[in-house]
Design a binder for this molecule. Sequence first.
Ligand code: HEM
Length: 529
Amino acid sequence: MLTNMHVYDYTTPTVAFEKLCDSLSVSRTFVSWLSLAVSVTLCYSIYALLSLFRVSGIPRVGKRFEPSAIQGWKFFRNASSVLHDGYSRHPSSAWRFLRADTEMIVLPSKYVNELRSLPHSIASPTLAHAYNLSGSSTNMNIILKSNLHFRALQEKLTPNLNKLTGPMIDELNYAIRMELPECKDQWVAMKPYHSILRLVARVSARIFLGQPLCRNEEWLEISTEFTENTFVTLVVLRLFPRFLHATLSWILPSAWRSTNYIRRAQRLLTPGIKKLQSGIITTPSHGDTGSTLLEWMIEIANDNERNAKDLAHLEVVLSLASIHTSQMNAVHVLYDLAYYSEYFEVLRGEIREVMREDGQWSEWTKNSFYKLKKLDSFMRESQRHNPPTLLSYHRIMQQDFVLQDGTVLPRGSHITMPVNEIQNDSTVTSNPQRFDPLRYYNMRKEPNQGHLHQFATTEESILNFGHGKHACPGRFFAALEIKSILVRLIMDYDWKLPDDQARPKNVMAHEFVFPNPEGILYMRARNET
Ligand code: HEM
């Protein structure tokens, strides 16, 4: 016979749940947390199991039954050894490794030419960038909605670089006065990471938004801090399986801050965008000839791309793509120059030659900067030793695709290339351990090589900017901006490392490589210019 205690009303799950808790004499909160933990563990186990079987036929590096969370942690701590291990075993074929949030298929560069012109419908770089940046949790999924920013850079900004050189130089003059310390006749300690970030942010803002917004302190904060917070968020999220990202981003302060920066950018930029769209503002905002990137975006936008808030959002995305990437290269070059200090005079000699031909730096054109082949070579060599990321050429396969040697890239898989391993392979770069600042300058002196091996040129095995039709559309602007900043820093100041100190060590997180933000250099004003 059943006692009353066992006669439950199961008509609703809530009632059944409450009765069960009463009968077990445990608190409802405890049971809720327990069920959540069991569900998460179950989902995670299924996810980990599925990832074991996902891409058969392509060998995987890493311990076979080690959970993806542990492999992801190892990748976070020491991505270079994971990639070095995989590349040493499989230098000319595909292999894969597990991150906590996905599995990556790593390809050698021999496949670049097969992949470089595939359309988005087969291999999508945009989906891969959005995924890699945890787009749905970091406000970066806007790039899936429109590629207006990409087109504006390719069709408008790059062909007009010559006209933009004047405004860039003008803004840099102002930025240097605002951001660098007074150091006449004395050595002053400073952190280049922070000062150069502000120089790049100011010069970029002049080109992206024009005057007076480029000097607006709120915009300068948004354009630098959005990126820093987004990277903190994605570095953390990458340690967890994908299905937890949305929940985790609710509790990460860096994710709230990024979202707030997007809202602030929309509040700040939308009124001006609407005026430009309705033709109320017609004069170019540089205060010079030419347009700003924002004006070009408005000019070429199609009917689905005219939403003012989306345009403001894309301006922030452009800041993420451009400011820290350029700043990092400039800081690496300065750290390398301070270490190999004999090259200061080599580069100054080259700059003096261009001044003899083209006049004072303030009158230079894009072509004047092109003549700085030794500086260009130094920048490229510094980038080879300190690439912004160890992995590049990300694509998500939208269809199964069979490479010519029969390797199958399944639909949904995430492919990438180990740029750092490839460019430091001795079959690609002779004596790769050696830091040889004039390596590419000397290569360009060979017959028919003059236009090759430049900082902004991409090659099958030099993939820091990608390669082919999806390669970085901002790389020519980046080269010009970085050179204009470096010319000033090299000519107007002496630089040195603190006594007995080596070059500041890079900071690594997952595949990302950052110049040390705490690195200190001493600077002193020179009289020459
Ligand atoms: C040293 C500086 C820079 C580096 C190393 C760099 C590197 C890259 C790389 C590797 C890609 C991906 C290419 C691919 O898919 O294969 C990329 C894409 C892109 N870059 Fe750059 N970049 C730099 C500067 C800039 C600048 C200054 C701008 C803007 C003015 C810019 C705008 C973009 C955009 C819009 C994309 C495409 C993102 C998308 O698909 O939505 N980059 N960049």
